[in-house]
Design a protein around this ligand. Structure first.
Ligand SMILES: *[C@@H]1O[C@H](CO)[C@@H](O)[C@H](O)[C@H]1NC(C)=O
Ligand SMILES: *[C@@H]1O[C@H](CO)[C@@H](O)[C@H](O)[C@H]1NC(C)=O
Ligand SMILES: *[C@@H]1O[C@H](CO)[C@@H](O)[C@H](O)[C@H]1NC(C)=O
Ligand SMILES: *[C@@H]1O[C@H](CO)[C@@H](O)[C@H](O)[C@H]1NC(C)=O
Ligand SMILES: *[C@@H]1O[C@H](CO)[C@@H](O)[C@H](O)[C@H]1NC(C)=O
Ligand SMILES: *[C@@H]1O[C@H](CO)[C@@H](O)[C@H](O)[C@H]1NC(C)=O
Length: 424
């Protein structure tokens, strides 16, 4: 399973070509193509770093001491935590058991809902030139002592929040933790630590007609792109903020509201990128004016890719993530489930804040998640509506290829968040 990436690249490239009789000329061609492909992959993906470097990094990766945590600041500057590969590691993963987490969501509990192939729980993210710090749940709670960490966003972000809670849950006795929901805000508290880990439902960040945390599935999406206060007043004073917003924007146009929902002035159609950009502007203006950045840590989780088209990763066309059991090993793989233009808008917005001295750390999880076509709930989650006969006869049609099973990929996102929280 955890074969070196180069091997997979080679296998894929050579395996796809049908060679007839293999003359020595053809063998030479294979070798030359392979060399060229490796060259292209490395120079395109990584600014030309050589494979030797990664071998060295890997050689040290499994012999880590506790000092590793202290190494984080320097190593996270030296290396790119978001560029790497997945390594099968059933010794150290998963970081918790699905059944052991008191607050597991039925949307993400794939094992509970019948998934038999559990390999998705055992992959470790290995950055090329360094290691992720070993996750220590006590250390995380210590870091969150007297602090309020709030995840703000959509159900993907909620999944990451559930993962955070599951990562610390098992070391807190039942009498020393609580979970409360008040409207759009759900708060987990580790009482002994006076630490609060919260999720605030705002799928489009700005105000919209999908703001109800329970009843938000409306056919017609209407966004008030210039207005965020309704949500933001609930998280402005948080010590650590983790934002995301992507999937709810994925449609050619959105309806945009001028005025208020109570007394609308005008509703008009706006192109996706334009409305997303306006919402990001509203968000960044709020951050600039209302959030005291001298003592806050701010994060943006980049778009979470979907896996809805099997032909994109070379499987039988017409399927989705249903039945997938292995990650994609094609280096730098990217499907149509992620929109680079939207990513660029986020980068530009964060860049704009940086020029004003406000640091929002991008958790660049897109590429590493792109590889994980097998890690979605697929059909193994609670179905909120009874399935039709037609759906049952063709499971692929109702597979969820958006969210992520837990334990799974969002635990890795949290390990990346952890690396930044523990640094310094
Ligand atoms: C995110 O990571 C991918 C893969 O390493 C990289 O290609 C991309 O440039 C990164 N984006 C940013 C803004 O760092
Ligand atoms: C985890 O963190 C706690 C608190 O910082 C520390 O006492 C403990 O030694 C750490 N455990 C490991 C295995 O590093
Ligand atoms: C408890 O944590 C909150 C943040 O969630 C903080 O405002 C408050 O000061 C903390 N209480 C104490 C006694 O430190
Ligand atoms: C719920 O939140 C509102 C503010 O939005 C607050 O006024 C109210 O006291 C909260 N209720 C509880 C039970 O915490
Ligand atoms: C911002 O935080 C700093 C450091 O904690 C504090 O000294 C300052 O008063 C805060 N500013 C505002 C406007 O709350
Ligand atoms: C899914 O996998 C099972 C077992 O390998 C197989 O019987 C079934 O035909 C597959 N379904 C699809 C839609 O590929």
């Amino acid at each position: 399973m955890g074969k070196p990436l180069e091997h997979h690249v080679l296998q894929e490239t050579v395996g796809k070509t049908t060679w007839g009789m293999r003359s020595s000329f053809q063998w030479l061609a294979i070798v030359l193509i392979a060399v060229a492909v490796i060259g292209i992959v490395f120079s395109a993906g990584e600014g030309g770093r050589l494979p030797e470097d990664r071998t060295k990094a890997l050689a040290t990766s499994d012999h880590r001491s506790n000092n590793d945590v202290d190494d984080v600041p320097s190593s996270s500057r030296r290396c790119d935590l978001f560029s790497g590969r997945w390594v099968f590691d059933d010794l150290n993963y998963p970081l918790y058991r699905e059944k052991e987490c008191s607050f597991m969501s039925d949307q993400l509990a794939c094992q509970k809902f019948g998934r038999k192939d559990l390999s998705y729980q055992f992959w470790r993210w290995q950055p090329h030139h360094c290691d992720l710090p070993r996750f220590n749940n006590t250390a995380l709670l210590e870091r969150l002592r007297n602090r309020r960490l709030v995840f703000v966003g959509d159900s993907i972000n909620r999944g990451q929040w559930v993962s955070t809670v599951c990562l610390v849950d098992k070391i807190i006795p039942p009498s020393l933790k609580s979970m409360n929901t008040n409207g759009s805000l759900t708060s987990f508290k580790a009482i002994e630590y006076n630490a609060s880990i919260e999720f605030y439902w705002a799928p489009l960040l700005v105000e919209s007609n999908s703001d109800d945390p329970v009843k938000h599935r409306l056919p017609d999406r209407i966004v008030r792109v210039g207005s965020i206060e309704k949500h933001a007043r609930h998280w402005t004073n948080a010590d650590i903020l983790v934002f995301n917003s992507y999937l709810w924007w994925i449609r050619p146009t959105l309806k945009v509201l001028r005025g208020t929902f109570e007394s609308p002035d005008e509703i008009y159609e706006m192109e996706k990128l334009q409305s997303y950009e306006m919402a990001l502007k509203t968000w960044s203006d709020w951050i600039e004016i209302h959030v005291n950045h001298s003592n806050r840590k701010l994060f943006w989780v980049s778009m979470s890719p979907t896996h809805e088209r099997s032909e994109e990763w070379g499987a039988t066309p017409g399927l989705n993530c249903y039945n997938e059991t292995e990650p994609i090993f094609r280096y730098g793989y990217g499907g149509s489930g992620s929109d680079r233009n939207m990513m660029q808008l986020v980068e530009r917005t964060i860049g704009g804040l940086k020029t004003k001295g406000i640091n929002v750390q991008l958790l660049n999880i897109t590429q590493l998640s792109e590889y994980r076509k097998e890690a979605h709930p697929s059909i193994y989650r609670k179905q909120w509506e009874p399935l039709t006969q037609e759906q049952l006869s063709s499971p692929g049609t109702y597979a969820d290829c958006f969210h992520w099973c837990l334990p799974g990929v969002p635990d890795t996102w949290n390990q990346l968040l952890y690396a930044y929280l523990m640094a310094r």
